[in-house]
Design a protein around this ligand. Structure first.
Ligand code: UDX
Ligand code: UDX
Length: 462
């Protein structure tokens, strides 16, 4: 049966853009995104979308009101759908068994219970959220035990590989679409029904089908491999600083080996984002649960190195500023976890700013897309007291304001606009010696020295 009506539970960074693309590409399929958060739904229905993503406005505008709908009426959306994507959050558990490592599946479970309660007839349930291997078993059991109207279900895994900041490109032209299903006639039919939706705009050879467990695990493994490359290059960045090698040159030289490849070898103050750390911790927990402590320990190191990289950067700043930043103004350029997004979840900038504030620095923070409220909330959630936020955090409207009267400037996000800063102007605005700490290696290192800055560039040294 071809899919005529789709619903997605969760209008977040994954659910919103993914459903907008499906609706834009399949005018004859009704796509409804349902979320319990009224503000989020109101924002999706307004001109100011709740997330910033280049090109997303146009995709949403092309379908909204036609076959793309955002609603808080979750029950009706489920009832009307042939296929239901589950894209609710799966944060790391903060309590009880597996705290700090395991995924918290309570939103997945409540979504499954609601689907069971409301559904009639046959429905396809698609895990879009990243979840531990074997979650489909739990979803199936909940659906089977709680369906008052005798509905039948097929559960598929269809992980999303889009990266924030490039979501529209990634959805339009993905490297691959992965669909996992049960190896039964009904399972194969469900896989084919979903594959047919993607095949409207994605070549068939890029649509990969596997069994359920391979699909669930592949998402965790893909993110672990990507994060591992960043921790690998970041570990080498420290060695480069110690030896006089330049990490970008090393990355280029290694990346030209087609077996290694050039991507994801950019040294930084550490990876952030909602996925990498969470998914690796989840993988670690899985390995521990299956009594594979060596495998767990191997992957745990990727997160340890990442934490060390953030701490190392703060220590570099404090040591360089004559071992004290107490009362010193430090301009912070960038707060988002990467460029071209307003998302700050697990941003390395939160960690760096918190530690500088604990050293009693005065921070002047500028980010082109992150709201002042988000910055303050993130710092408070990271444990910075309300008094310190009130007295020692200033949010600026541009880089020059952040640099004014500053002892030091630190680039924490690789926004393009920082690459073309008016360096002589910045230099004039700052106290002398004027220190720059380029945590993303995006500023022209040679020019910095020529303009008189005392510059530290990650992976290159002072
Ligand atoms: C997604 C995936 O769901 C997550 O598993 C993956 O690892 C990262 O990407 P994302 O879209 O980034 O998450 O999360 P978020 O922006 O937090 O969106 C989740 C949405 O689900 C929120 O808007 C929340 O209000 C909604 N939600 C959550 C529900 O509607 N019902 C619930 O029970 C729980
Ligand atoms: C990631 C995966 O790329 C995506 O496939 C998955 O669906 C979700 O998780 P995302 O977290 O949105 O996507 O962004 P990504 O581009 O992977 O960047 C993650 C973090 O790594 C950012 O903080 C980024 O700055 C950092 N990074 C990335 C580096 O430090 N160096 C690099 O070379 C690449």
């Amino acid at each position: 049966m071809p899919i005529k009506s789709i619903c997605c539970l969760g209008a977040g960074y994954v659910g919103g853009p993914t459903m907008a693309m499906i609706a834009a590409k399949c005018a004859d399929i009704q796509v409804t995104v349902a979320d319990m958060n009224e503000h989020r739904i109101a924002a999706w229905n307004s001109a100011a979308l709740p997330i910033y993503e280049p090109g997303l406005d146009a995709v949403v505008a092309s379908a909204i009101g036609r076959n793309l709908h955002f609603t808080t009426d979750i029950r009706s959306a489920i009832a009307a759908a042939d296929l239901i994507f589950v894209s609710v959050g799966t944060p790391t558990k903060s309590y009880g068994i597996g705290a700090g490592r395991a995924a918290d599946l309570r939103y997945i479970e409540s979504a499954a219970r609601l689907i069971a309660e409301v559904s009639e007839g046959n429905k396809i349930i698609v895990e879009k959220s990243t979840i531990p291997v074997k979650t489909a078993t739990a979803i199936k059991a909940i659906l089977a035990a709680n369906s008052p109207h005798g509905a039948t279900f097929q559960v598929l895994s269809n992980p999303e590989f889009l990266a924030e900041g490039t979501a529209v490109e990634d959805l339009e032209c993905p490297d691959r679409i992965l669909i996992g299903g049960e190896t039964t006639a009904e399972g194969n039919a469900a896989v084919e029904a979903l594959a047919a939706v993607y095949a409207r705009w994605i070549p068939r050879e890029r649509i990969l089908t596997t069994n359920l467990w391979s699909s669930e695990l592949s998402k965790l493994v893909a993110n672990a491999f990507l994060a591992q490359r960043i921790s690998s290059i970041n570990s080498i960045s420290a060695l480069c600083e110690a030896t006089g090698a330049d990490v970008d040159e090393v990355a280029r030289a290694c990346g030209m080996d087609s077996r290694i490849g050039p991507k994801f070898l950019k040294a930084s103050i550490g990876f952030g984002g909602s996925c990498f750390q969470k998914d690796i911790l989840n993988l670690v927990y899985l390995c521990d649960s299956f009594n594979l402590p060596h495998v767990a320990e191997y992957w745990r190191q990727v997160v340890h190195l990442n934490d060390w990289q953030k701490t190392r950067f703060v220590e570099k700043i404090v040591r360089t500023l004559y071992n004290t930043v107490n009362g010193k103004r430090i301009g912070i350029l960038g707060f988002a976890f990467k460029k071209d997004t307003n998302d700050t979840r697990e941003s390395a900038a939160i960690h760096v700013c918190r530690d500088l504030l604990l050293e009693r620095a005065h921070l002047a923070i500028y980010d082109p897309r992150v709201s002042p409220q988000t910055i303050r909330e993130d710092l408070a959630a990271a444990g910075v007291s309300a008094e310190i936020i009130a007295s020692n955090v200033e949010i600026c409207t541009d880089s020059y304001a952040a640099a004014t009267g500053a002892h030091a400037l630190a680039t924490l996000t690789e926004w393009d606009e920082f690459r073309t800063l008016d360096l002589p102007r910045i230099y004039d605005l700052m106290l002398k010696p004027a220190f720059i700490f380029d945590g993303r290696a995006i500023l022209p290192a040679d020019e910095l020295t020529a303009h008189g800055f005392d510059a530290f560039v990650i992976g290159r040294g002072l």
